[in-house]
Design a protein around this ligand. Sequence first.
Ligand code: IPD
Ligand code: CA
Ligand code: CA
Length: 266
Amino acid sequence: MTDLKKIDTYAKKWIKEASDRIKDSFSKELTIQTKSHANDLVTDIDQATERFFIEKINSVFPDHRILGEEGFGDDVQSLEGVVWIIDPIDGTMNFVHQQRNFAISIGIFEDGVGKIGLIYDVVHDELYHAISGEGAYLNDLKIPQMRKTKLSESILGLNATWVTENRRIDSSLLAPLVKKSRGTRSYGSAALEIVYVATGRIDAYLTLRLAPWDFAAGLIIIEELGGRATNLRGEKLNMLEGGSVFFANEELHDEILKDYLHNGKW
Ligand code: IPD
Ligand code: CA
Ligand code: CA
């Protein structure tokens, strides 16, 4: 049987070590490159952090596989066995511009089932963590099950991109949602936005395009707290390809899906 406690203990130790390295980099000059487009940034620290995790995981758990954003892990085509899904720095733009509001995000799956979710807000020293079936925690504090909310009393995590002209969704579809909600927020780190939903700081997070490493850990934490995690059509999330995502408490998820997303037929 897989020893989840052992994996969790090592993962937390490595997260703390990696975060010390990241904080050390604040006083040094970053090497910044762009990836798919001019605003898709990657730094030498994103890459070094991913390599750090891969080296550590390979040395202690040689039979585990790693799907990492920066591509130094394995060519993962299935979720058989134990797979670590890693975003070494989620919120790289914040990391570069603000030196805060970014996180290390690690989701660990066994045969496709989410087992351990770890999201570390490096600068605020906030570790959100869950082992499936054992509750979710923020540092040492147990996070309560998610409360239910109505849209009119909810804050939505939503980027303005999706209510302006864009190539993924008719921008008029989400506008009524924004109008009916109590307000919207956008923090620039999907992993943090998902755990803000988990802790009730916001009530839903919706976006049109994420990769598996952006939401793998968050998915495990949200599900542990009784929340819903689907794509914007209400379907199961695809852990190998990603796509749109929609995280919310149960009641709000139902309301938005039915009244604003036409039960996924948009
Ligand atoms: C990004 C952040 C951002 C989200 C982007 C992601 P990165 O991740 O999570 O909030 O809107 O879609 O790509 O590139 O900083 O790891
Ligand atoms: Ca990311
Ligand atoms: Ca990243």
